[in-house]
Design a protein around this ligand. Structure first.
Ligand code: UDP
Ligand code: MN
Length: 336
């Protein structure tokens, strides 16, 4: 103590300082505990799903971390929403791009959509294609359902189209769809509908969980991490990883989303920046800034792969991504 004479405090003050120090420690410990709890919660809630309990409704989250519905088609909230929308009048658009060899997916996409996508309800299909003849004669559609063929002069190849698609979506909504429908969904054409997709999917801004990442901890999501890119996501950001195979919402919301993403894509391209997951990277960046009001479970975008956990119902299946993730043996059994 003789070495530090100035550190000697009067006995009363000394006791007070120790008490304060103790309180500070308790507070700090509580804070650290709270912060630790927040992040692993995402991991814990999804790891149950991963352990094969995905079929048990009690283990499926029905709300997102910010309180938006997470939609499982056979759940009580989904049935409730279907009942509610049965009283309303609305029209829905379903938009796909089919260029080059992808036009061969059109028949299956439209046929299965007629069976399962909002059956019996008013739907317009918007098909953006370089080969309108593929839709001559026009496929047979149910009552109240329409087909709008939008000719586009685009070169095939996803690397190029991934820079163009958001812009094509935006101009189709702007020029035509918003005058005709209330809600619009953007979809990959290399998909098929395999089970009921009803009005439970309707919402202001709707995104779908990526089936291969849903059950994984957030730090493994393939967000764009390059700080140079306009799609960059920081370590502490992001709730879920969404697929670009299916998203939608009110026309005004989807128009803003597609316009903003298209601008970011073009800005990056002008600087020679290409993101890890191309268009999907920008979609995920946007949905961090503007969280969806309705999140569809992986039932609405699913494909078999060694890392895809089971879902109660496979409602929309990605044929292309399934083929991409299968080994040679599996490929032949799915006609890849
Ligand atoms: N696409 C197309 N022609 C092409 C490449 C892509 O019409 O040459 C469209 C098509 O709708 C396809 C979507 O762009 O579903 C996305 O491409 P892909 O399915 O290959 O991408 P991924 O699902 O692997 O992200
Ligand atoms: Mn696809």
């Amino acid at each position: 103590m003789a070495l530090f004479p100035t550190f000697r405090l009067p006995p009363g003050l000394n006791r007070l300082t120790w008490r304060q120090l103790f309180l500070l420690c308790v507070l700090l410990t509580a804070l650290m505990y709270f912060l630790r709890l927040r992040r692993p919660m995402t991991i814990r809630s999804v790891s149950r799903f991963r352990s094969g309990k995905g079929h048990d409704p009690s283990h499926r989250p029905t709300r997102t971390m910010w309180g938006a519905p997470m939609v499982w088609g056979d759940s009580e909230p989904a049935a409730h929403q279907r009942a509610e929308f049965a009283q309303r009048s609305f029209r829905v658009g379903l938009m796909v791009l089919a260029v080059g060899r992808y036009t061969h997916y059109l028949t299956r996409f439209l046929q299965t959509a007629e069976m399962y996508f909002l059956p019996g309800l008013p739907v317009n299909y918007y098909v953006l294609t370089d080969n309108p003849n593929r839709l001559v004669p026009a496929p047979e559609l149910g009552e109240g359902r329409g087909l709008r063929v939008v000719p586009v002069a685009e070169m095939p190849g996803w690397e190029r189209l991934a820079r163009r698609r958001m812009n094509l979506w935006a101009s189709t909504i702007d020029n035509q769809a918003q005058q005709e429908v209330d809600y619009i969904f953007c979809a990959d054409v290399d998909q098929e509908f395999a089970n009921l997709v009803g009005t439970e999917i309707l919402g202001k801004l709707v995104a779908t969980l990526h089936p291969q990442h849903y059950a994984q901890p957030a730090y493994t999501y393939p967000y764009e991490r390059s700080p140079d890119s306009r799609a960059c996501v920081l370590d502490e950001e992001g709730d879920y990883y969404y697929t670009s195979e299916l998203y939608g919402g009110l026309c005004s919301e989807v128009l803003t989303l597609t316009k903003v993403c298209s601008q970011l894509i073009l800005q990056d391209h002008a600087l020679g920046i290409e993101t890890r997951e191309l268009e999907e990277s920008y979609l995920n960046r946007y949905l961090i800034d503007k969280r969806p009001t309705c999140v569809l479970s992986p039932e609405y975008s699913w494909w078999e792969s060694p890392v895809t956990p089971p879902v109660p119902q496979k409602r929309v299946i990605s044929l292309g991504r399934r083929c991409a993730s299968l080994k040679d043996q599996g490929k032949s059994s799915f006609n890849c």
